[in-house]
Design a protein around this ligand. Sequence first.
Ligand code: LLP
Length: 426
Amino acid sequence: MSGMVFDGCDVTELAERFGTPLYVMSETELRRRMRAVKRAFSERYEDVEVLYAGKAFLPRAMCALVKSEGLGLDVVSSGEIHTAVSVGFPMERAYFHGNNKTAEDLTMAMDVGVGRFVVDNRDELDLLASMAEERKTEVSVLFRLAPGVSGDTHRYIQTAHTDCKFGMPLLGEGLRDCVDTATKAPYVKLLGFHFHVGSQLMENRAYLEALEVLGDLMKTLREENGFETKELNIGGGIGIPYGKGQREVDLDFFLGCIVETAERICSERGMARPRLVIEPGRWIAGPSGITLYRVGTVKEIPGIRTYVSVDGGMADNPRPSLYQAEYRCVLANRLDDPADSVVTVAGRCCESGDILIKDAELPLPERGDVVAVFDTGAYNFSMASGYNRLRRPAVVLVKDGEARCIVERQSFDDLIKGESVPEDLL
Ligand code: LLP
């Protein structure tokens, strides 16, 4: 019986040694992917930069890897900033996003010298400008825009349509007023704009449409407000194949088209192309991770379906229940057995919707088998919840046959830490 190997490690042994559910991340694949994006973008074109979007997966060890590969970092909260600072990340390479940064967040970001504030709305601009002036700290700013395009993806992860909580609308005079305010504010240095059309995009159509919109806007602002755009951050969003038969994105083509379109649009309007920044998260982290589960109960409903319940579920991977996301899996300890049954892999949470994979083709699973679910490196650990008081799984970083725990499994004591019971209730 042959078992599955992941970055040189026997997966069944990992399940035994570290317990399940278990997130396993391949250091080799993470590094390979960070280098691949750099090769397709920053090593191919002048005046461009790659950031990693921390929201996909950001334990401290991941910050350290991003730092060692020389990428910048997209952060969205003081928690992410704190994590980055804790590994000595060069914070001038961090971009701070979010549609509701608090005064506390902004203070921390200024204290640690975050490189760019991606200002989402008028309210935030006023707050940041006054805080920066009060403390006499200069802040470099991009405005996040809602260019009014819809990416081809689940509607929950479309982020650039007009009726969207993110970004400044292009309707009315609001944006121009913001540009005027920022250019007059003594401690605000407005460098340009940002958009993020959405996530899990297998095609670059929406980016190209957004670039056209931005081209017109940059030209108008130059002619009518005297504002020159120096930097344009076009967000993340590059998709990965999850389900059976889906194809990889061709990174060179995907990114090449974007840069060439930006160049054409600018030259047609008599402008120099601004510095271009991209910030992929999923493309780097997603395929670099797998999740291991142990099979528990197997229940056949005659003529209808067989439910194979595993020891994790929506608490460690909420994506199937949130976005109807598809995943592929194997029985890691029985790779040679024929996949001759179709089963539903169910989580253990108290929700009928806690189904990880519908219609998985597997050898008929038995109690104790190890299920390995692929492509769970992004938005799984980072979106894990404590539902049903399940303890958050450990994360193991593997490389060339060596496994190191980078996040410990929560203990029962961790679960009740910080909780107290008023004395009269005891
Ligand atoms: N930049 C900004 C401003 C973003 O909002 C995001 C993702 C990214 C970059 C990175 O996007 P990526 O390259 O990872 O697609 N929880 C959802 C995904 C939400 C993405 C939110 N923003 C999921 O599990 O599919």
